[in-house]
Design a protein around this ligand. Structure first.
Ligand code: AMP
Length: 400
């Protein structure tokens, strides 16, 4: 059974084709710079192919057509005919309160995803566009929407409500939703398998540390609190995002820097975080190497980030009433022994002891705690596309 996974961003489309009997990746690829100069399709199968498209890919429709053509290309294609695709899974960023799990896409589902556009104006429109194009091209194929927010719909009111007038929640749905849910769920499931224990018994903290970063408390398989909020701007400081700040800072910056609300919003999203603090880069690799050469602001940005992750871990231990394991995942979490060690420094008070020798690994699933640690520490490679494909297969078999 072949599942095509599609993840439409504003100027990119990521995709994977998987053979789900064996969960084998047949090909993955990315279309970049849609609507801009230098757009291209990059494909990676058993070998790496990079195809530079000379003409601009003006829109997502052209991009999707191009990726479909690439799947059956006589030189580097991996299937003979598009009819071999059994179902399609779409990543959708925001499912609001309407979607608590993945769903087969129907007209009703499309209407409901559209109704979430008000709270996710940057992401949902382009996700919907991808869905509509694929429905037109594959009217007979089962298509599934998998939401970044759905995993967090188990948060209790006490964790998702803000200290705002309750009417704003009722009127506009202003509350904590949380994101990266597909990744948090994937690593949670994988961890339980690796620990050889049922998920329903485990209290886990998952740290998705990439360019965007969030921490999640998963108690007995259910997300009960998470650091991102109404939007992915809340929580930890990130590559370019500020994370949580005192809201009074916003009108202060508007006045002092003569900015509009929209300008401050962009500033908090794209000029802040470790980039803003270090004045150097949004990439932790750059900061780690600059800090080694004595750049104090790079070191400061790293220290602030690690401190914030540690703070969330501490608070979630209390929220869950205990802790069995911490997982590190995504670009930084999977690849930076330095950052993992820094975050874990001091966690002995909650029974988590990192083994610095075992921790010296990059890009693999591994247990990195000392033998006498009460809390297990793991790095697990996230695979959001595989999670989407699994959900798509599950629904196809249930309702297809
Ligand atoms: P992601 O958003 O999951 O792709 O993660 C991207 C981020 O991971 C980059 O911006 C880097 O900051 C970080 N990263 C990736 N590899 C490494 C590494 N070897 N050492 C430190 N940070 C890394």
């Amino acid at each position: 059974m072949k599942v095509l996974v599609i993840n439409c961003g504003s100027s990119s489309i990521k995709f994977q084709l998987l053979e789900m009997e064996t969960e084998q990746l047949l090909v993955k690829g990315q279309i970049e710079r849609i609507g801009m100069d230098g757009s291209r399709l990059k494909l990676q199968g058993k070998q790496e192919y990079v195809i530079e498209v000379k003409h601009t890919i003006p829109d997502h429709r052209t991009g999707i057509q191009l990726l479909l053509d690439s799947l059956t290309d006589t030189n580097y294609g991996v299937i003979d005919s598009l009819s071999e695709i059994d179902c399609i899974g779409h990543r959708v960023v925001h499912g609001g309160e309407k979607f608590t799990e993945a769903v087969v896409i129907t007209d009703e589902v499309i209407k409901t995803i559209s109704s979430c556009i008000m709270i996710a104006p940057l992401h949902n429109p382009v996700n919907l566009e991808g869905i509509k194009i694929c429905l037109e091209l594959f009217p007979q194929v089962v298509q599934v929407a998998v939401f970044d927010t759905a995993f967090h719909q188990t948060l209790p009111e006490t964790a998702y409500l803000y200290g705002l007038p309750y009417e704003l929640y009722i009127k506009y749905g202003i509350r904590r939703y949380g994101f990266h849910g597909i990744s948090h769920q994937y690593v949670t499931n994988t961890l339980a398998q690796k620990m050889g224990r049922p998920l329903e018994e485990l209290k886990i903290i998952t740290c998705h540390l990439g360019n965007g970063a969030s921490v999640d408390a998963v108690k007995y398989g259910r997300s009960i609190d998470t650091s991102m909020g109404f939007t992915p701007l809340e929580g930890l400081i990130m590559g370019t995002r500020s994370g949580e700040i005192d809201p009074a800072i916003i009108p202060f910056i508007m006045e002092q820097e003569d900015m509009t609300g929209k300008q401050v919003y962009r500033y908090l999203n794209s000029k802040s975080g470790i980039l803003g603090l270090s004045g150097l880069s949004s990439d932790f690799r750059d900061l780690e190497s600059a800090a080694r050469f004595g750049d104090t602001r790079a070191q400061l940005a790293i220290d602030v980030f690690a401190y914030q992750v540690k703070k969330y871990i501490g608070s979630y231990v209390v929220s869950m009433g205990g802790l069995d394991a911490i997982v590190f995942t995504a670009g930084l979490g999977e690849n930076s022994p330095y950052m993992r060690a820094k975050i874990c420094d001091g966690l002995e008070v909650i029974g988590a002891k990192i083994d610095l020798r075992k921790n010296e690994i990059r890009g693999e699933d591994a247990q990195v705690n000392k033998d006498d640690s009460d809390v297990e520490l793991w790095t697990i490679l996230t695979n959001e596309e595989l999670m989407i494909a699994r959900e798509t297969k599950r629904l196809f078999e249930q309702y297809g």
